[in-house]
Design a protein around this ligand. Structure first.
Ligand SMILES: Nc1ncnc2c1ncn2[C@@H]1O[C@H](COP(=O)(O)OP(=O)(O)OP(=O)(O)O)[C@@H](O)[C@H]1O
Ligand SMILES: [Mg+2]
Length: 217
């Protein structure tokens, strides 16, 4: 599903954020990306999402060559993926319900179906009752759960999550990983960047390790 060949990313400066990274993630696979702060985890996810260009190499996602993807087709491409940003990126002027519903609206789903799916997923992340709240009124952990709900609501082909449990306690962390595993069982390919040792030590999924931009394990 995701094929990365010899990818290098340099952000203007001298140092490379990613160096000659090659990696394949199969359809329906669940992988963790680990590594210390600054290792390149977020950068790798951003390249897959077409949020950053890369300096060298090739990336194919669902057989689409990202280097050849014209800018006007990027929004459609992104609808294949659900993304949890490290800093959430919720829309502060839209309610929790509206933030989660947005993607389904873009896809042109019927309002009754949107309401059903959004309510189900908000309940699943423990946010029933917060539908009409605005993101700035929520705690960090609650905002994080809204971001996760938004990423998974449209049954995307791929879910990319950047530290999706960074602000959550151990019980909520387990629950969120459980939700991602549930989604994974329906065939969705999942990549989760984290340095949460509790998650990494207890998982049976593949763990990819980056250090200073290089794939070391
Ligand atoms: N927009 C940017 N401009 C310049 N340098 C950047 C930019 N984004 C990231 N970098 C650099 O690229 C390297 C990798 O950063 P990245 O954010 O991918 O690391 P990370 O593994 O996600 O770290 P963390 O665990 O702290 O989130 C770092 O050295 C960082 O300073
Ligand atoms: Mg990061």
């Amino acid at each position: 599903m995701i094929q990365i060949f010899d990818v290098t990313k340099v952000y203007g400066g001298r140092q490379s954020a990613l160096v000659n990274v090659s990696l394949q993630v199969g359809q329906g696979e669940f992988v963790f990306i680990s590594g210390p702060s600054g290792a390149g985890k977020t950068t790798l996810l951003k390249l897959i999402l077409c949020e950053e260009s890369f300096t060298q190499g090739q990336i194919l996602v669902d057989r689409i060559n990202l280097r050849r993807l014209p800018a006007r087709r990027i929004p459609d491409y992104r609808l294949k993926t659900g993304f949890v940003f490290q800093d959430f990126k919720l829309i502060p002027t839209r309610t929790v319900f509206q933030n989660v519903a947005l993607r389904l609206e873009i896809e042109g789903a019927r309002p009754s179906l949107i309401a059903k799916k959004v309510r189900y997923i908000l309940k699943r992340v423990g946010l029933e009752g917060s539908e009409q709240a605005y993101p700035p009124q929520l705690s960090g952990g609650e905002q994080q759960r809204v971001a996760i709900a938004r990423a998974v609501v449209g049954d995307p082909l791929i879910v990319l999550a950047d530290e999706p449990t960074g602000n959550l306690d151990i019980d909520l962390t387990r629950d969120i990983i459980g939700l991602l595993e549930e989604i994974n069982r329906t065939g969705t390919t999942i990549m989760v960047a984290t340095h949460n040792q509790a998650i990494l030590q207890s998982t049976s999924h593949r763990i990819i390790r980056l250090e200073k931009g290089r794939l070391v394990a």
